[in-house]
Design a protein around this ligand. Sequence first.
Ligand code: SF4
Length: 404
Amino acid sequence: MTSLGIYIHIPFCLQKCLYCDFLSFLEGRKQQALYFDALKKEIAESAPECSEYEVVSVFFGGGTPTSVAPNFIEDVMRLVREKYRLAKNAEITIECNPGTADFEALKIYRKSGINRISIGLQSAKDEELKRLGRIHTLVQFEECYKNARKAGFENINVDLMSALPGQSLADWEESLNFVLSLDQKPEHISAYSLIIEEGTPFYEMYGEEKSSETGHLRVQISPLPDEDTEREMYYRTKMILGGRDYHRYEISNYATDGYECIHNKRYWQGGDYIGFGLGAASLMKGIRYNNTRDFRKYLDALLKTKQTDEGCMTTSLIREDARILDMKSQMEEFMFLGLRMIEGVSISNFKNRFGRNIEEIYADVIKELTDKDLMEKKDDMLRLTSRGIDISNYCMAKFLIDDE
Ligand code: SF4
């Protein structure tokens, strides 16, 4: 039976962080309740098209899924169990921000079958958290982490973010070492660098175009680390976590043995997944589409439209930008995403999927990257070397196939 991942988007947050460009906003309890009604309708209505799949992972992401009443999440889990074929050992994750989930809530999540929690710490220094516009403190994180263990979570991820305003190399190492010093340290650590995204308050403060105009202001706001420091942070992460039982399995993700994130690996390995909720993305049977990002439209389509006699699905009203991936795009994605994984891409998988030889299609690129010591072949796997990983964007761009 083919396997499937389910992503469920909860777009609510208590406050918008200054760097955030995710689809998230503040909403009152009434609108949240309507959203969950719509979400449940979408999940129930989509079940028949997923009947041939076994669901191996469910991921509640956001936003802050733990900012809503836990019984909303519990209801959704019940529905997923009822309507979908959930694998016995499915990985079921909820994203959580410290200060939004107390012990009672964490117990409810556990009881509903959620077996993995991803806690957004970002930094172990309160002044850095404040500069990011995060709502929590380090003490709140510690409490949340302790409660999660007490509630029975045996698979915990902690999110950290480097290259923050005003952050030195020593500050970054302090955050890493803090996480490693936790009682029963996390099974998984994600360590991304801060990206300044357009449309965010940080873009106004640090964006390229603004930097010259507001150059004089940069004395007053904490500056971003320079490129060399950022690179050094990246190397130190590898060294510090590598020395403490974590293996890096993707550019920014580290796990102890047996705890790589099943759900995220699906994205990188090109497995099918379906996304529910506002703005959620799906990839099913070679078709990629996104749900609408318009909150009103999402609610109206699902809550006010009656299913027609012909069985017209209301979910078709919220799905947008459907695109059938042709062979060329599928090959590009296979390489582009797969090479994010440290183990690389499987040569035999490529052949099974596309009926073509990877070493024929990409002969020139593979030769060029191998000659430059950026790529290597090991048994059935083709992967980037650590030098290649360091400049992964450059390497991956090489796998875009020119249109004839
Ligand atoms: S908690 Fe996450 S999703 Fe919410 S505003 Fe902050 S970064 Fe964005």
